[in-house]
Ligand binder design. Structure first.
Ligand code: BES
Ligand code: ZN
Ligand code: ZN
Length: 501
């Protein structure tokens, strides 16, 4: 992956094929203009005065220096209105510049800090650059010829040590996001539950972590009726992956528990889905991929926190051995569930994973991520994840972080009334609550398996991959997005700061 470096800006000395300079809309002055060769800065001034380039968000123009100065070309990059500029704008603009540079066939370039220097800016610029360069071409025999950008330098107006370490951490986080994208994008024929488990095992080897993979017979013996029921329709048997990272100075410190839905393909089962866009249900494993990636990021940064990741993985298929509508399933925590739709399988496997995780590692908080409901997409669209939780403080922290990371999240309420919709005639609860408030009744279902531990559920059905309604951004691509990795890693980084290491 491309490496991003940070250096103190010395524009008159910086040898580079391309220098990117951000310009706010309507502003005539560019930073460091005095350090540029006078003919170059006059040429830039004229471009701005003639309104050939106005600095509108995402626009760009290339100015050649014709040997006058250490940089071969300068790209002016529109940052939009100064008062509207955020970390997310910086991420998008850095991504734009990077893609343009690649189109120009450049292997290495420098980019001036866009606005006032702080850690958030350097982090966002680094993320924009590295996320934008992702591509998934594993299955292309004939690869598209693209220039490989090897190095990018962010030039800042202060000493770089502290900011270099911010960029290094951002590099590690993006490597994890790209790891989540890589697994999320795998086709279902190459990524059955056993394959996800083998990825978790290699991760554990690479970073010296504990891992346990439970197979179908163990799951049966342990009473994980939900995972077993959903998994039994497929020839690819279910797995429960448990990955543990211990980084806190006190190994006994209560961990965060992260649970991610990994349905490697969701046909709906006996309640089979319509054929249209069914291929997209290979992305039904993205919650689990996110959890694996978060742990990878945390381990690669050696964060001083404890985290347990649990990924229940199944393939939801129709067959002679499938679970059926009408079945009543005994779950890990003893509750009985009446299955009224086999397509509501995500909650069945998450329920067991949540109850098992809480019982075995007494976490201080639990967060689950899942492509759980089409209803979440109906409610909030394809650019915002739905958040439902039992702990206001944790929800608020996540919401605030998501504003910074650009991984948009919005809270839906979990009032008592929603629980009525999942009461069952024959069992304790049923696995569907009807069309009204479908994203919330799914969360109400899960709440039966988390007792009183602070818990937040993130429904990433709309955001886990680029789909109908997705707003295209310079740093996102067709396929899996890795949504959630950055925000949750930031949450864990905040926690690390609060606790003495
Ligand atoms: N994996 C789907 C949810 C989904 C649908 C995610 C579309 C992304 C896009 C989930 O397993 C599912 O099928 N849920 C059902 C629940 C219903 C039967 C209560 C749904 O949303 O229709
Ligand atoms: Zn389903
Ligand atoms: Zn599903």
């Amino acid at each position: 992956m491309v490496q991003v470096k940070v250096e103190k800006a010395k524009i008159d000395q910086k040898q580079t094929p391309l220098l990117v300079i951000g310009v706010f809309e309507g502003e005539q002055d560019i930073p460091h203009s005095k350090e540029l060769d006078s003919s170059v800065s006059s040429s830039i001034r004229e471009t701005l005065e003639n309104k050939e380039f106005r600095g509108t968000f995402g626009s760009s123009i290339v100015v050649y220096t014709l040997g006058k100065g250490p940089m071969k070309k300068i790209m002016l990059l529109g940052l939009g209105k100064r008062e509207k500029f955020t970390d997310e704008s910086a991420r998008i603009c850095a991504g734009k510049a990077t893609r343009k540079a690649r189109e120009l066939g450049i292997k290495e370039f420098s980019i001036l800090q866009f606005s006032n220097l702080d850690e958030g800016l350097v982090e966002a610029m680094t993320e924009g650059i590295t996320l934008a360069l992702y591509s998934f071409d594993k299955y292309k025999e004939v690869k598209e010829p693209v220039t490989k950008i090897e190095e990018v330098t962010i030039l800042i107006n202060s000493d770089s040590l502290k900011f270099q370490s911010v960029a290094e951490k951002a590099n590690l986080i993006v490597e994890a996001v790209n790891f989540a994208r890589d697994i999320g994008n795998l086709p279902p024929n190459d990524c059955p539950p056993a394959h996800l488990a083998s990825i978790a095992v290699s991760l554990a080897q690479d970073y010296d972590m504990k891992v346990r993979v439970m197979d179908r017979y163990e799951l049966e013996n342990m009473g994980m009726g939900g995972i077993v029921a959903v998994g039994k329709g497929s020839n690819n048997p279910p797995k429960l992956i448990v990955l543990e990272y211990t980084g806190a100075s006190d190994p006994q410190q209560k961990p965060y528990l992260l649970v991610g839905k990994a349905v490697t393909f969701d046909t709906g089962g006996i309640s089979i889905k319509p054929g249209e866009k069914m291929d997209e249900m290979k992305f039904d494993k993205c919650g689990g991929c996110t959890v694996l990636a978060i742990i990878r990021a945390v381990a690669s940064m050696k964060l001083a926190v404890n985290v347990v990741g649990i990924v229940p993985s199944v393939e939801n298929m129709p067959s002679a051995t499938s679970y059926r509508p009408g079945d009543i399933i005994r779950m890990y925590n003893g509750k009985s569930v009446e299955v009224l739709n086999t397509d509501a399988e995500g909650r069945m496997i998450l329920a067991d994973a949540l109850a098992y995780g809480i019982a075995t590692c007494s976490p201080k908080a639990v967060i689950d991520l899942a492509t759980l409901t089409g209803a979440a997409v109906i409610a909030l669209g394809s650019n915002v994840a739905a958040v439902v939780g039992s702990n206001k403080q944790l929800v608020d922290r996540l919401r605030k972080l998501s504003d910074k990371t650009g991984e948009k999240m919005w809270e839906l309420p979990l009032y008592d009334e929603y629980h009525e919709q999942i009461k069952s005639t024959y069992a304790d609860i049923k696995n569907i609550g009807g069309r009204p408030g479908g994203a919330i009744t799914a969360a109400a279902f899960l709440s039966n398996f988390v007792n009183d531990v602070p818990w937040v559920h993130i429904d990433i059905a709309g955001t886990a991959w680029m789909q109908e309604g997705t707003h295209e951004k310079s740093y996102n691509h067709r396929g899996a997005s890795g949504f959630g990795v950055r925000t949750l890693v930031k949450l864990l980084m905040e926690d690390e700061k609060q606790l003495p290491a």
